[in-house]
Design a binder for this molecule. Structure first.
Ligand code: FAD
Length: 431
């Protein structure tokens, strides 16, 4: 096939296809900006699907936050360098509402972000504080709150999800809980089954009928059945509703170990629907080179059809951390991989980790990242914005520990909102 170079001209280019990149594209399209996005699969395929705002008190560390909005006030006081210190609560709330509404419109419905954190089930039968959950998972929050008679179902051949483990970890606080194992239709041999494959199989109505029959047979007197997250990839709410109708039972999903279906749903919804809404999406590719020019910035990459260049007036860097390749850990320090922006990091590698893995203070390397100004522009080595056209969003930002603070999606969504707002203001000033 002959390869032809392709060149595009847009107002905004987003580098990265994680939650921050996708959130940035949602906000940019809402503002009517012509937008391009480039990125390959990132941490999004690993997430539980829960959208965390802030789950743990930054100082006491161990205290699960009931009111994350109040927690944010404390966080800003105690950690003035945290990215949340640059975003007001009303802006964060706005960002969450816009994001969950847009994702729901794409066919993956989310609960409306509220005043308090929800206690959401993890694959191992513990709870995590989170702000918004997929509607397929919400009845699990309800069932626990009501301590309703609930049966956790696992599937023969499915690794990393054990109904007995969930029950063993929860039975003290949830007495009406029991466990059962079923076969996935057609997989009675017990050979390994995979969440993504089962989820795609349940898109098929005939498969749902067989599966619902299995559920009916093991339900006993349970009010709710909790299943690993396998209820479809596209339009999971329709699959969930249909399975409830066919089984006559109240069902909910529990996230499985990564790569998990909830993240795959988001990625496929974004990749399918964004281009229909006008986004120039170049999926599964990485930007190789970024060249600043007088009238904009040019991103360059190569895909299987040849060279691509995107000339943009503004760029948002949302390349994530080590897992996604936004940051690189080298022998002599942590480096920002694409633009070689300075990275705030501990002095020397021996300071990266504390002695105990579960040290409640967290590990210093997890707070490494790039510095930004209040307009979310990355700072260069002279402490000034590296470019008036460059903005940053997501967990690449310094001074946050999303794992320990349970704030991964929140930082991604809220910082993308601010980065797009600042980019839009710059574009307006320019015209
Ligand atoms: C196992 C796991 C479980 C999680 N569970 C939760 C949870 O329950 N709740 C929650 O709120 N958060 C959770 N998170 C965190 C959440 O996924 C992250 O906070 C969020 O994905 C960060 O988004 P991001 O866009 O900043 O980075 P990422 O998701 O890491 O995305 C970065 C993107 O940049 C791309 N990229 C890198 N370099 C380039 C380049 N040169 N050109 C183009 N693209 C590039 C990558 O391919 C990737 O697409 C979890 C994360 C993991 C790993």
């Amino acid at each position: 096939m002959q390869q032809k170079p392709r060149a595009y001209e847009v107002q905004l280019a987003v580098i990265g296809s994680g939650l921050a990149g996708f959130a940035a594209s949602i906000f940019a399209l809402e503002r009517g900006l012509s937008t391009a996005q480039v990125g390959n699969t990132g941490a999004v395929a690993y997430t539980t699907g829960y959208l965390d705002l802030l789950g743990y008190h930054p100082v006491t560390g161990q205290q699960m936050l009931h009111d994350p909005w109040q927690g944010l006030e404390t966080l800003r006081r105690d950690e003035p360098g945290h990215p949340y210190a640059l975003i007001r609560n009303d802006e964060i709330a706005d960002a969450f509402h816009l994001f969950t509404r847009a994702v729901s419109d794409m066919g993956v419905n989310y609960s409306a972000p509220g005043e308090n954190n929800l206690a959401a089930l993890t694959p191992s039968g513990t709870f995590k504080p989170t702000l918004s959950v997929p509607l397929t998972m919400l009845p699990g929050v309800e069932a626990h709150r009501r301590a309703a008679r609930t049966r956790i179902v696992d599937i023969l051949g499915l690794k990393g999800f054990s109904a007995r483990e969930v029950v063993a970890n929860l039975q003290d606080s949830w007495p009406g809980l029991s466990a059962v194992t079923i076969n996935f239709p057609g997989m009675e041999s017990g050979s390994q089954v995979y969440p993504e494959v089962m989820a795609r199989a349940l898109q098929v109505p005939a498969e749902r009928e067989l599966f619902a029959q299995q559920l009916r047979e093991v339900a006993g007197d349970a009010e709710y059945l909790g299943l690993p997250a396998i209820m479809g990839i596209h339009e999971p709410d329709a699959v969930h509703n249909d399975l409830e109708r066919l089984s006559g039972l109240r069902l909910f999903e529990i996230p499985t170990m990564p790569p998990a279906v909830a993240g795959i749903r988001l990625r496929e919804a974004f990749e399918q629907i964004f281009p229909e809404r006008g986004l120039l999406l170049i999926p599964q590719q990485k930007v190789d080179r970024v060249t600043p020019e007088a009238d904009g910035t040019t991103l360059r990459l190569k895909d299987s059809y040849g060279d691509v260049s995107i000339h943009a007036q503004a760029v948002i860097l949302a390349t994530g951390r080590f897992l996604s390749g936004g940051l690189e850990a080298l022998r002599d320090g942590v480096r920002e991989a694409l633009l070689n922006l300075p990275v705030t990091q501990p002095e020397g590698r021996e300071a990266w980790y504390r002695e105990r893995y579960f040290d409640p203070r967290g590990h210093l390397v997890n707070r490494a990242g790039i510095e930004i100004d209040p307009q979310f522009r990355p700072l260069g080595r002279d402490g000034k914005p590296a470019s008036k056209r460059l903005f940053a969003a997501g967990v690449i930002l310094a001074h946050q520990d999303w794992i320990r603070q349970r704030c991964g999606a929140g930082i991604a969504i809220a910082s993308a909102y601010k980065a797009v707002e600042s980019a839009a203001a710059m574009l307006t000033r320019q015209t």
